[in-house]
Design a protein around this ligand. Structure first.
Ligand code: NAD
Length: 259
């Protein structure tokens, strides 16, 4: 038996990286999976590979009209939406002084406004059925400061706030809303030139687990929040970061080697 048998899930950014790993895991766990992404070729190919219970929908998460169409289409094809994983996101490395207003608005548009529109688009159907689970992908950068990530960190802190408000307003209507906070994860976003994981791990020496995470490790956290296994979790922050937010692993002070 799958953890999501009979459930219908929309996964934004579902064609690549963590979203792809989530699409694969949810399909393997019995869900009908709507892969909603701007990457048409990749999304179609993944849907074909996953079989009849997966379909691709073109969705730019910044478009209110596209959200309305995708949710209506998914409801028409599969009857309802039980789960939304708000995963689509973009990264921008720029200092405050380098970041233009357009940069800032673009990143917030995808990462924050996109997730807000997702919540607002699926909520009416979920409220009508009295149940649903929304998983908002934030980041460790939504829990701390990070140099050169002003737009990204602002958006991810925003997602954390959006999650709290949605959990407050929707929880008593049977809809749970939680956020996931990944640390470094081996996808195009964090490993754009596709280096071997063992090489990338070297850059994560200060993380307690001293390695980068895999997209399947974050997908597993989203599965937990999407499924009834987390039936009393609402407004929670699930951190999946190898301990990054716990603190810096020191590789020994002079005269006191690390352990
Ligand atoms: P990725 O770049 O591999 O995937 C991002 C996906 O989002 C792609 O499929 C892309 O096409 C899609 N996307 C981008 N803009 C979109 C839009 N306007 N509409 C619809 N889809 C859009 O990156 P990833 O690492 O898989 O990122 C997934 C999520 O995890 C993002 O929200 C990201 O911020 C977050 N995250 C990533 C890391 C990391 O280290 N990789 C760490 C913390 C959080």
């Amino acid at each position: 038996m799958g953890k999501l048998d009979g459930k219908v899930a929309i996964i934004t950014g579902g064609a690549r990286g963590m979203g792809e790993a989530t699409s694969r895991l949810f399909a393997a766990q019995g869900a009908k999976v709507a892969i909603a992404d701007v990457l048409e070729e990749r999304g179609q190919a993944l849907a074909e590979e996953l079989g009849a219970d997966a379909r691709y929908w073109k969705l730019d998460v910044t478009s209110e009209d596209e959200w309305a169409k995708v949710v209506a289409d998914v409801e028409a094809v599969w009857g309802r939406v039980d789960v939304l994983v708000n995963n689509a996101g973009v990264l921008l490395f720029k200092s405050i002084l380098e970041t233009t207003k357009a940069d800032y608005e673009r990143v917030l548009g995808v990462n924050l406004v996109g997730e807000f529109l997702g919540v607002r688009s699926v909520a009416p159907g979920m409220i009508a059925r009295g149940r649903g689970s929304i998983v908002n992908i934030s980041s460790v950068d939504g829990m701390k400061g990070a140099n050169s990530l002003v737009a990204y960190a602002s958006s991810k802190w925003g997602v954390r706030g959006l999650t709290k408000v949605a959990a407050m307003e929707l929880g008593h209507k049977g809809i749970r809303v939680n956020s996931v906070h990944p640390g470094g994860v081996d996808t195009v976003m964090s490993n754009h030139d596709n280096r071997a994981r063992s090489d990338v791990d070297k850059a994560y020496g200060e993380v307690p687990m001293q390695r980068i995470g895999g997209p399947e490790e974050v997908a597993a956290a989203s599965l937990f929040l999407a499924s009834d296994d987390s039936s009393y979790m609402n407004g929670a922050e699930l951190v999946v970061d190898g301990g990054m937010t716990v603190g810096t692993y020191y590789h020994g002070f002079p005269g006191a080697p690390g352990v």
